[in-house]
Structure formats: C-alpha cells, structure tokens
Design a protein around this ligand. Structure first.
Ligand SMILES: [Fe+2]
Length: 321
C-alpha cells in the first residue's frame, strides 16, 4: 500500500542529470495526492527517536508544571499547548499535549521576547535535540521548497527565502494511552494549515493518508530513511488549488501512548498569498490566512498590521519588492 505513494530521492535534486525529473515528480505528487515520500533526506532517524523520547518526559510531567510554559501571546506557536479532542466513541475524551518549537532567533515579524522559544528545566536534552532537529528538518525543507518553486515556474529561492525566519513549527505531540482496545480514530481526518508538513511517523503506528482516487485510507509508516511530506491548506490556497492539501488522520490500534513530531513549514507572517500568482489574494498575508484558518490571534501583531497597511506605511516602503 505504501508503495502507491510517490517516492523521490533528495540526492537527485543535486544531480544535474536527474534534477529535472525530481522537480517534475515533486510537482506531480503535490498536484495529485498532495503528498510524497522523500528518501535519503539525511535526517538521522536516531535523532527523531531521541527527540520523541525526550518529549515523553516533558509531556508526561504534571499538568501544573507544563502550564507554566504556555505562551498565550504567541498564539500557541511556542511552548506548551493543550488541545482538547472531542470524544471519538461517544464516551471517551482525551487531551493532546503538545510542545511547539520555532526557529531560534527567528523574527517572523514579531520581534518580541515573548515569541522566542521557551524550554522546560526538566530536560536540557529536549532543548538541544529540538534545536538540532528543527535545523535538520529545515535543511530538508529547503530542497522541497526549491523544487516546488521551480515546478511552478519561479526562481529556486522564491519560496525558500520567504520561509526562512518564518512561522515554521516543530511540534512534539503526545496521544495519551487509551482504555479502548479496538481500532479508534485518535485524530480525526483533517488537513494542515501549513504550507507543507513533514511527517516522520510516530512512536507507534497510526498515521493514515487518504487516497482520493481509490477512495481509501492508506497506512503510512515511514522507513528509517524516509520522510512523508504533505501539502497544507496554505500551499493549496497560494497555488489556487494546483497543489492539493493532503487529508490525513491518526488511528490507534493499540492502547499505548503515541508520540510524534510533525514539522509545519510556514512562511513569514507578512508574506502575501499572491506570490505564486493568485491575483485575487493580493491583500491577504500569511497571517490573515492563519487568523481565519486557525483562529490565530496575536494582539501585538494586529497593531503592527494596522500600521503596515496604512497609506503612510506603504509610501514609506514602496521601494520594496
Ligand atoms: Fe495533521
């Protein structure tokens, strides 16, 4: 079943004789199913496992301890985040524990201390591995962003330059143990709000992707040298539907806890949605999109937005591209 998902080899992007085919394969996969398997990406599988292991100790800490690391002013984009899930069999409810890491020193149009990463005292390793994994995923991301831009007819750096220092988030997520024994949906079918999402599998099986053509769910368990990359709603909007946002879900087949660390690639907040030619979205920025899509609200940014959109601010910055 997994073989039915398009697979590309990162190394091909750097081989002039294979690069064209690589770019076409990425574009074709994103234009049809909305996801692909990326092999030989170079991210150490043991790093992913070690990070998930550290996340376990952080996210299993007492709730009072975790709540100290919430950063409401960031809209939940850094630190601890608690997402209550609706009951999935009519009786049981669960709360998903998450920890968000952004690029250190990123200035995604929010140059404020409250928007920097926060780290628990409990594990320095969590911080170290989190920063390393963020950078490793970022390196992989760049190849896909470059290939996507070229496929769409833009310069190689067209997207990558706008993602650098942006709103990309590495999420550690804990699905609590469940008393249920049968197959249960743990995270309902959904599409991500991001530009792209990197999925590396979890500590337990469960990730499923929807195949539109066959009208069926496909279980995905990436191999050690594979990552699954899916298109998010933001990319679908920016390409006016040319790239398809990937529908996915998490289904539990055991009672054990599950940990995973998806990586949500998102440009800077002030990037216009029209950079890939969507003329009807010229007045919308990434922030506008996420505000509508996720309910993301960052009060201080709202203030900046008003100033930025005033005629005075535009005349002052009219030399910009
Ligand atoms: Fe998702």
């Amino acid at each position: 079943m997994l073989d039915s998902i398009a697979k590309v080899n990162v190394e091909d992007f750097f081989d002039p004789s294979k690069k064209g085919a690589f770019v076409r394969a990425v574009g074709a996969a994103f234009s049809t199913s909305g996801y692909l398997r990326l092999e030989n990406h170079g991210v150490d599988f043991s790093l992913i496992q070690a990070y998930q292991e550290q996340a376990k100790s952080i996210l299993k800490a007492p709730l009072e301890e975790k709540l100290r690391f919430q950063v409401p002013a960031s809209g939940g984009l850094v630190g601890y985040f608690r997402a209550p899930r609706a009951d999935y069999d009519g009786t049981l409810k669960e709360d998903l524990d998450m920890w968000h890491v952004m690029q250190d020193d990123a200035l995604p149009f929010f140059p404020r201390p409250s928007f920097r990463n926060v780290w628990p005292e409990r594990s320095q390793m969590f911080q170290q591995l989190g920063n390393i994994l963020f950078q490793e995923f970022y390196r992989t991301t760049e190849v896909i962003l470059r290939a996507s831009a070229e496929y769409l007819g833009y310069s190689s750096n067209h997207l990558a330059s706008r993602v650098e220092g942006g709103l990309t988030v590495l999420r550690a997520i804990r699905y609590p143990a469940t008393p249920l024994q049968d197959e249960q949906v743990r995270f309902d079918a959904h599409k991500d709000a991001s530009l792209l999402t990197i999925l590396s599998g979890g500590s337990a099986a469960g990730l499923e992707l929807y195949q539109e053509e066959e009208k069926q769910w496909v279980t995905v368990a990436p191999q050690e040298n594979e990552l699954v990359i899916g298109v998010g709603d933001l990319f679908e909007a920016m390409t006016q539907g040319q790239f398809k946002s990937a529908l996915h879900r998490v289904v539990s087949r055991s009672r054990e806890e599950r940990y995973s660390c998806p990586y949500f690639i998102t440009p800077r907040a002030d990037v216009p949605l029209s950079i890939l030619g969507a003329k009807d979205r010229e007045n919308e920025s990434v922030y506008h999109f996420l505000k509508q899509r996720l309910g993301l609200l960052i009060p201080e940014y709202e203030e900046q937005l008003v100033v930025r959109n005033s005629p005075i601010a535009y005349s002052q910055t009219s030399h910009r591209n």
